[in-house]
Design a protein around this ligand. Structure first.
Ligand SMILES: Cc1cc2nc3c(=O)[nH]c(=O)nc-3n(C[C@H](O)[C@H](O)[C@H](O)COP(=O)(O)O)c2cc1C
Length: 212
């Protein structure tokens, strides 16, 4: 799927109209829980596009402190085993319905991506910036999916930090499993998102107290 670049020109009315439309989509975006996502999900070409969008996330010195893994349909049962092992690690007494629910999550959403944060050695770019970059990349994937007409949601849970998950995803010492992103077609359309809190944007003043 070819996507051409465009030269930014703030005075170009066509570009501006397109921008308003896209911004409208971004502002109205809602997450859809993976259990409410059904087929079709993004195609392989579309997944490439989502990751291409992620690659445009702000990234100081272009360290690329993140990567993505696609979990194919034929690996979902193996993923369910990993989820089970992770839950057992967190609570050795777990069983019954809770375990079944944990396993089921591996089968939700037609397309599932794992988002991995990878901190790079750098004297100039601290960890917080690299983690922010991985978060931005995740945001771009979710937004890009929405723009292609799909539902998406980042999900994690305590299990992502378990040894079972680290082993299953062969994470290196500098890596963490940030979350999964479920992608697909929402079963139902959600309403408008809430308005942002007023303290989200304030004018800086040296004597101002932080918002409560
Ligand atoms: C890294 C990350 C992990 C998340 N994990 C979960 C999760 O496990 N469960 C959950 O309900 N929401 C989780 N969220 C939040 C949802 O993805 C979503 O942003 C939230 O439900 C708000 O919904 P909205 O996008 O419709 O406003 C996570 C968000 C991020 C950025």
């Amino acid at each position: 799927m070819a996507v051409s670049g465009t030269i930014s020109d703030g005075n170009d009315p066509v570009r501006k109209a397109e921008g308003w439309t896209l911004l409208g989509h971004i502002i109205a975006r809602r997450s859809t829980p993976p259990r409410h996502l059904t087929a079709p999900g993004p195609t392989d070409d579309e997944i490439q596009l989502l990751v291409r969008a992620a690659s445009r996330a702000p990234d100081h010195q272009r360290l690329r402190p993140f990567r993505f893994l696609v979990i194919n349909a034929d690996e979902r049962e193996t993923l369910a085993d990993v989820f089970e092992a992770a839950e057992r690690e967190l609570d050795p007494s777990i069983g019954g319905e809770r375990l079944e629910r944990a396993r089921e999550k591996a089968h939700h959403a037609p397309v599932l991506l794992a988002v991995i944060s990878r901190l790079q050695e750098s004297d100039e770019v601290p960890e917080i910036e690299q983690r922010a970059s991985a978060g931005a990349a995740l945001g771009y994937v979710v937004l890009a999916a929405d723009l292609l007409g799909y539902g998406a949601m980042a999900v994690s849970g305590r299990k992502v930090a378990t040894a079972a998950m680290r082993h299953a995803f062969r994470l290196a010492n500098n890596e963490e499993l940030l979350c999964f992103v479920g992608l697909g077609t929402p079963r139902k359309v959600k309403g408008a998102p809430p308005e942002p809190a007023p303290e989200l944007l304030q004018i800086w003043h040296p004597d101002a107290e932080p918002p409560i």
